[in-house]
Design a protein around this ligand. Structure first.
Ligand code: A2P
Length: 337
């Protein structure tokens, strides 16, 4: 267990990426008590500089020495980089808060959403995993309801932004959009297919049952975070031409009818979520409005007309913030507490 008092020494691994950049601005914005900050990325970025609190800080190529004396490593440089450096980080005595999927299903590694299972973070052995972005956003809306009436089954469809595939995928969507409007072909390089003016099922690896990795993450990670291995979940994940916030249509089945008004007031009172509904204006959560916000926007809560025990809802949440960087910084704040 990490016992940090006043201020802490932090390293960001993947500091030049979409999530790494957001980690930096969150540390600044939330006035995270830092006594030392080191910014790490690949050799490609060594020598670059970024601005933090008005100061220009250098990016260094990752090495084992870079973790010496560090308390917390916020890692967001992909699964293989996390796997490659985890031992060096733990041996240096630091706690790794890992954004990748590398350790999420490891029984020794807590998988934490601070609004849901903060106590799990206490039992870490050097690594705490940050859940998948689509999983975090869905769980933020479902957990307050699950507390009142245990969820039996979830059917979810996602509308996932380019940011989930990193900064270069976001740049690719912008470039493709310009190209298409100028009558040129959209050239996919990071993503497998053109995303501008298009959408496609999530591009992660498919298993024998026909589910992609992203869908399996939503199932398994939700069961682990809720501590409810029996919840039945099925997901369809889709990449859409949106820059940085994911949306999801979620059907939630309970053991008995769940009054819509009660669900609405639970969402209204829950931390980290905002109820966004104006039924007169047909106004509900939108990814453009969720972008840059800490809270997950939830609305369109309604009775499922095909099942007396189920509700439908719709949400949008910033994939880079609550879906990744914000959740990781909140975990770091738990360690400080
Ligand atoms: P770099 O910019 O030097 O490639 P994103 O998710 O937006 O694509 O960002 C990925 C982040 O992970 C970047 O900061 C990237 O650094 C970093 N990264 C990728 N591969 C490695 C690696 N092998 N070692 C260290 N950092 C890496």
């Amino acid at each position: 267990l990490l016992s940090m008092s006043q201020s802490c020494r932090v390293a960001i691994l993947g500091a030049t990426g979409a999530v790494g950049t957001e980690l930096l601005s969150l540390l600044e914005e939330r006035n995270f008590p830092l006594s030392y900050l080191t910014l790490l990325a690949s050799e490609r970025s060594a020598g670059k500089h970024v601005t933090f609190k008005g100061e220009s800080l250098p990016i260094t190529a990752v090495s084992a020495e870079a973790f010496e004396g560090v308390d917390i490593v916020l890692a967001s440089a992909g699964g293989s980089t996390s796997k490659a450096w985890a031992t060096a980080i733990v041996e240096a005595g630091a706690v790794m808060i890992d954004n990748s999927s590398a350790f999420r299903m490891d029984p020794q590694v807590p998988l934490v959403i601070p609004e849901i299972n903060p106590e799990a973070a206490r039992h870490h052995q050097g690594i705490i995993a940050n859940p998948n972005c689509s999983t975090i956003l869905m769980n933020m809306a479902v957990w307050p309801l699950h507390q009142v009436s245990p969820v039996q089954r979830i059917v979810v469809s996602t509308y996932q932004s380019a940011s989930g595939a990193g900064a270069r995928a976001m740049a690719e969507l912008e470039q493709q959009s310009r190209d298409v409007l100028e009558g040129k072909p959209a050239r996919p390089e990071i993503l497998p297919y053109p995303l501008a003016f298009n959408l496609f099922p999530h591009n992660s690896a498919l298993n024998a049952e026909g589910y992609c990795e992203e869908e399996v993450k939503m199932v398994k990670e939700t069961q682990k975070i809720f501590g409810a291995p029996d919840i039945r979940i099925t997901a369809t994940c889709v990449r859409v031409p949106v820059l940085r916030a994911h949306s999801e249509a979620v059907n939630i089945e309970f053991g008995q009818p769940f009054p819509v008004d009660q669900a609405r007031s639970l969402i209204q009172g829950a931390p980290g979520v905002t109820l966004v509904e104006d039924w007169q204006k047909n106004y509900f959560p939108m990814p453009l409005e969720a972008s840059g916000q800490d809270n997950v926007l939830v609305g369109r809560i309604r009775q499922d007309i095909s099942n007396p025990n189920a509700l439908d809802l719709w949400l949008s949440g910033d994939q880079i913030r609550k879906g990744a960087a914000l959740n990781a910084v909140q975990i770091a704040e738990l360690l400080l507490a």
